[in-house]
Design a protein around this ligand. Structure first.
Ligand code: UDP
Length: 457
């Protein structure tokens, strides 16, 4: 049991999900909240590998944030097959216990009773853990993706009842009865809602999360209320308190990613809205034939480009592509993406539709070509293509040369592209207004700070 202390200064235990782009945004928000409330102590828990990765680029944490490593769930002597699902499964199975032990340690060391659990929303056991600690500890989870993806998990039971049976026959049906989803199809949903392996640990985690979140004291999201008021209102009606605090990088700009490969000086020499920026996020690499198709389309249309592509994937580019396009574009292993998308020379973003990338492209005002892969990406792509109309979903779902040429022409040369740029500019203006001093996200951030920094009851 956590040893209670007499100290009633607030102590927030922050529980990070150590895979994908989850832990880094939670650490940034913790950093920001710690600066807003210097008398609140924040203990940040992650696995050793995740912590060492995110802390390497966050070297100036305030003194009231202390990171702790917790067990990653790997039994001694365990031989991994190299499958990330397996690593995730072991972590998820041990997470509740690992975090409890970490929290006990932090309480011992700090002499402060925990007053609030701020966790990744994936940790469905947050409420239970807060109750175990006792003393009215609040559970305040963070949903790292978009509001529509959150909605798909809150409505999972309803969706499963509505589409019981062989869902493969109904994958083009619209989810019209869910607020905000009238253009979303069953096949756009994340795996684990109604198709995919519903019995996998990951799917079960998301299902339990959807059931648990309405019990949380507040849920905060890296989005802004004005992006889609239908979702905003519906989430407010389903959750006790729903705080949109984004785009967070406008409220608290992250440490600059160094421009190691000279993207910005290169962009300075290009024409207005002419460049294609290509990135499929931190983890996804399209299949070799898709890389070839994209390379051929760029070359065919002579579109200037910056392509963020891991060195080990370059071998799949067509023979001679790097040489023949050396004055047309640059292929680099990592780009200062937010800065690139904010450059006036960038005219289109070819993306896997990860949520952080989408917020960054909205802030940059750049229309997108969507090639989603898994998780919330198809849903994000549908919102972009059919609801917000700020981009196109690649025809046929995979990168093919002719389809890519059509997309480039549409966005870079035709009236459609101009209209998309106009709509994305309107969203950008709404994002800027939300994060201005009196904007909705700034207000919500102050409310979040007030909530998590309340002393123990
Ligand atoms: N990113 C970057 N440089 C790159 C590729 C990606 O800085 O070359 C950043 C990007 O700005 C975003 C994050 O990596 O903040 C990717 O997050 P997202 O949610 O879009 O996708 P994920 O990596 O989680 O699939």
């Amino acid at each position: 049991m956590t040893k209670p202390t007499t100290d009633d200064h607030p102590h927030v235990a922050v529980l990070a999900f150590p895979f994908g782009t989850h832990a880094a945004p939670l650490l940034s928000i913790t950093h920001h909240l710690a600066a807003l409330s210097p008398s609140t102590h924040f203990s940040f828990f992650g696995t050793p590998s995740s912590n060492s990765f995110i802390l390497s680029s966050n070297t100036n944490l305030p003194p009231n944030v202390k990171p702790y490593d917790v067990w990653d769930g790997t039994p001694d002597g365990y031989a991994y097959t190299g499958d990330v699902q397996e690593e995730m499964g072991l972590f998820i199975s041990a997470a509740h216990e690992s975090f409890r032990k970490g929290v006990d340690r932090a309480v011992e060391e700090s002499g402060r009773r925990v007053s609030c659990l701020m966790s990744d929303a994936f940790f469905w056991f947050g409420k239970e853990m807060a109750e175990e600690i006792g003393g009215g500890v609040m559970w305040v989870p963070f949903w790292t993706a978009g509001p529509h993806a959150l909605s798909s998990h809150l409505y999972t039971d309803f969706i499963r009842e509505s589409f019981a049976g062989d869902v493969t026959q109904r994958e083009d049906e619209l989810l019209s009865s869910i607020p905000g989803m009238s253009r979303v199809r069953v096949c756009d949903l994340p795996e684990g809602v109604v198709f995919g392996r519903l019995d996998s640990l990951f799917s079960q985690m998301l299902h339990k999360m959807g059931q648990a979140l309405p019990k949380a004291d507040a849920v905060f999201i890296n989005s802004f209320e004005e992006l889609d008021p239908t979702f905003t209102n519906d989430l407010k009606s389903k959750l006790k308190c729903c705080l949109n605090i984004g785009p967070f990088n406008l409220i608290s700009p992250p440490a600059q990613v160094p421009d190691t490969y000279g993207c910005i000086p290169w962009l300075d020499k290009q024409q207005l809205a002419s460049v294609a920026y290509v990135s499929f996020g931190s983890a996804t690499i399209p299949l070799p034939h898709e890389l070839v198709a994209l390379a051929e389309a760029l070359e065919d249309r002579k579109v200037p480009f910056i392509w963020s592509l891991k060195d080990n994937a370059k071998v799949h580019l067509p023979d001679g592509f790097l040489e023949t396009t050396k004055f047309q574009g640059i292929v680099i292993p990592w780009a200062p993406q937010a800065k690139v998308l904010g450059h006036k020379a960038v005219g289109v973003f070819i993306t896997h539709c990860g949520w952080n990338s989408l917020l960054e492209t909205i802030v940059g005002g750049v229309p997108v070509i969507c090639r989603p892969f898994y998780g919330d990406q198809r849903l994000n792509a549908r919102m972009i293509g059919d609801v917000w109309k700020i981009g196109v979903i690649v025809n046929g779902g995979v990168l093919a040369k002719e389809a890519m040429i059509d997309c480039f022409d549409k966005i870079l040369l035709q009236e459609d592209g101009k209209q998309m740029r106009g709509r994305i500019k309107s969203l950008k203006d709404l994002a800027l207004a939300a994060t201005a001093y009196k904007g909705s996200s700034s207000d919500n951030m102050r409310e979040l700070s007030r909530l998590v920094s309340s002393p123990c009851k």
